[in-house]
Design a protein around this ligand. Sequence first.
Ligand SMILES: [Zn+2]
Ligand SMILES: [Zn+2]
Length: 81
Amino acid sequence: MPCATCGRPQTDPVKGSSPWARGVVGGRQILLCAQCQESDPDWVGRLDRCPQCGSTRLSVVMGSAVCRACGFDWPVEDLER
Ligand SMILES: [Zn+2]
Ligand SMILES: [Zn+2]
């Protein structure tokens, strides 16, 4: 999955954790590269949030968003269709 903002392809770090950020926007999983996170510090504010705990640590699986913080899940619309 490329960067949602600049389209740069994701690169795997040689070691350590990836600088790429994951999030969900409009019910779709996105990735943001380190450069775009830096040039747009407000990117976190555009992410979808868990309706239960407000966390942005979400995953989208089979049409549902799942909060990785509290485990709450809810249906999301697939805007690709
Ligand atoms: Zn980028
Ligand atoms: Zn939650």
